[in-house]
Design a binder for this molecule. Structure first.
Ligand code: PGA
Ligand code: ZN
Length: 415
């Protein structure tokens, strides 16, 4: 039975150069696991608390020394030598130790680092790959890739409201999906150079971020790039969009592309997009508190386009239950650091799956070179994985791990 012999933590830097933490867990058996914690920028209001030092003279207050100290101090003292028969035993102990509904005492970042490092150490102890340990048996499928192509919103300085347009390669393997994504990304870079007369800047997740004149042009340009790469949109490469609309919603209206849209008009706007573009999902098409309109959107979207909740749900079982009751969504964006432990995120996933929803296992815009997300998406049978673009090593770490898992297991892509 796993028993923690030692816990250590280190303040490291994420892909934005901001502090985060890496936790190392050593079990009595000698098995060691380490894991790093990601961090969002376009965050939902209901997310668990990310503990930052708040000292303005150091990293503008974003230091993680307090979270590091909590792992090495309070958490280690409480857990050392305790029998932890399963992941849930550890995670429930962490939740109780924090004691705050939002994990504001020890910090969700500190808790998640321990939760993940423990999982890695347990997989080592069991002699299993992490994806099988997380599956609780044998993983059965690989997730389909959703890859950031164009960026706006909070990830790109807000030149347009919409946050991400993603390509969704429909190939049969991860290997072919990445080759196809490369072709589209290069075609898009060429298109942008000729259309906007400059090399596009890349955004936080590596998406191309030229000065689009409006939001819909992001989708039009994506279709053109797919065609220029020699593919048929919707046949070989589909699209997805993260509208992240909580971030341009205030006083009951959506401010997008110079327009001020009440909820019903925003829905009409999104429905037009779902008719014109091959969208497998619309993420956060509506704001996180606009529950009534979410139900209307979900009802009117075609069955081929999922209403995907990110800020709406925050990987929080209570919010997911509420969304199921109200028929407000039919897909969950799962980000473990929104809730803080693997066990709670697993409960979120179980709720979503039982309701017939799809699950999209997602990275954050602030990531590290760690690749546990790939194992999580495989182990938990995610329908999709959302990692960002196919540039930047913090993204590639996950894609490259998926290539390795595909080679190792020969598993098919789900669906
Ligand atoms: P975040 O955004 O990681 O910056 O919160 C990602 C998303 O909205 O999906
Ligand atoms: Zn999102």
């Amino acid at each position: 039975m796993p028993v923690i012999q030692h816990l250590d933590a280190l303040e490291i830097l994420d892909s934005r150069g901001r502090p985060t933490l890496q936790v190392t867990c050593t079990l009595n058996s000698g098995a060691v696991g380490a894991a790093s914690v990601p961090s969002g920028a376009s965050t939902g209001r209901a997310e668990a608390h990310e503990l930052r030092d708040g000292d303005p003279s150091r990293y503008r207050g974003l230091g993680c020394r307090k979270a590091v100290a909590n792992v090495r101090g309070a958490i280690f003292e409480a857990l050392r030598g305790v029998d932890l028969p399963a992941q849930a035993a550890l995670d429930n102990a962490l939740i109780a130790l924090d004691g705050h509904p939002n994990k504001a005492n020890l910090g969700a970042n500190a808790l998640l680092g321990v939760s993940l490092a423990f999982a890695r150490a347990c997989a080592v102890e069991a002699g299993q790959p992490l994806y099988d340990y997380l599956a609780g048996s044998k993983a059965r499928t690989l997730p389909r890739l959703t890859i950031n192509l164009f960026s706006g919103g909070k990830h790109a300085g807000g030149q347009v409201a919409v946050q991400d347009v993603l390509m969704v390669p429909l190939a049969a393997t991860i290997e072919q999906s990445l080759a196809d994504a490369f072709a589209v990304y290069q075609a898009a870079a060429d298109l942008i150079l000729s259309k906007y007369g400059m090399r596009a800047l890349t955004a936080d997740e590596g998406g191309l971020a030229p000065n689009f004149p409006d939001d819909e042009t992001m989708l039009q340009d994506a279709v053109r790039a797919i065609e220029a790469a020699g593919f048929t949109p919707g046949q070989e490469v589909a699209l997805a969009v993260d509208v992240a609309s909580s971030h341009f919603y205030a006083d009951g209206v959506y401010r997008i592309g110079g327009q001020v849209l009440p909820g019903d008009d925003m829905i009409a706007h999104l429905l037009r997009w779902s008719e014109r573009y091959p969208l497998v999902s619309i993420e956060d098409g509506l704001a996180e508190e606009d529950w009534a309109h979410w139900s209307a959107l979900r009802e009117q979207l075609p069955p081929t386009t999922r209403a995907l909740g990110d800020d709406l749900l925050c990987t929080n079982p209570d919010r997911i239950r509420r969304a199921i009751d109200r028929n407000a969504a039919n897909a969950l964006l799962l980000k473990v650091n929104q809730i803080g432990t693997l066990t709670e995120a697993a409960a979120s996933r179980a709720l979503a799956e039982a309701a017939g929803w799809q699950v999209v296992v997602s990275a954050r815009s602030g990531e590290t070179e760690d690749n546990w997300l790939a194992d999580l998406a495989v182990g938990w049978g995610g329908d999709y994985i959302k990692v960002g673009s196919i540039t930047q090593s913090e993204r590639l770490a996950k894609y490259n791990r998926l290539l390795m898992i595909e080679r190792e297991t020969g598993l098919p892509i789900k669906g």
